[in-house]
Design a protein. Sequence first.
Length: 388
Amino acid sequence: MTHEPASRRSGRHRSRGRVSVPARVAPGSTGPRLPGLDVARGVALVLMVLGLTAPPGEATTAVRHLAAPLVVLCLGAAAGLTLERHGMRAARFAADTAVRGVLLLVLGVLLGALTDRLEDLLPVLGLLVLVLAPLTVLLRHLQVLTVGLATAAAVLAPLAVDRAREHLLAHPGTGRVARDLLGWLAAGEPHRVVSLLPAALAGLVLALLVPHLGAWRRALAVSAILVATSAADLVLAGGATEGGQADTSAELAAGAFLAAGVVAAACALTGLLEGRRAGPALLSPLLAGGRLPLTGYTLLALTLAVDGAARGDGATRGWGLAAVALVVVLGGCWLLDHAWGTGPLEVVLRLARLPAGRRPPSPRRAALSGERPRPEPPAHRRSTPPAA
């Protein structure tokens, strides 16, 4: 009697005995993405480029007020969506996110040594990721508390900025490392963690809404409501300040609402262009920039460094430089996205995680986690039953 060897099946794909493999598996890919959120990231990258290269003016000031909150809100939304991914453990998420925050901080310091025109955004984002990692886990499924903490952060942020700056003025002998950390956290200009934390917490709440904005009419209505709320907050604030980052609680709230409105508008745009011939061509640069934001930021840093070395003037701004930077950043992201599927820095960031143990779970842990033991294979029809 011969027995056919049993086919080995994947433990994650058991439908009809076949393993479903994506048509295109890119290095560092993390599964299905939300195109609306990618487009919003691409818009944030474009605003960042314009804010650092365009000549000063009211339009540039408005762009600078929106760029950082939009980046941070997308970051918070991505964190919330990642934590809700199937099979994601809270401890693993917090540890891996903290490691990536350290990498962002180190990369920001290195790029800051290359050029001083980046305004220290990446180190601030690195520290913000370190703060957001445990908060995302603790505030999971606590949306009302998250909204309350975001409101409290917007109220307390201006006070923290004033106290931190007073401390630096009162202690001029503070070491360079401590001064840099305090500047990134609260005293810096134009970006600081305490001023961007409300937008990050708003992103955690927005993570619940983004997957339901596939219908463009619904997304457009949500965007209109959020933008109108932002305008009302700005009216209460008496207009935006001249700096690159909001200084009052009303401005912080307005920036978070406006950034959320932009994300909803991006979802509406992707839903409207879905299935149309011109859709992929129109959205392709923004989608590529949204999928490779860290690579795009690095390309921007290299462009500014080359421009500064060629001109000998680190403060040079102009529309010509802005156009060149947009072509380099979006073009480079588009080429990498179409040729490789991701960017080198995105691969490094996704591979940055603590080593996972290989030990099988104990019976008690398996019982607490709800895991069921695998059933024994059915006995052969002609086999002798066990003796009683």
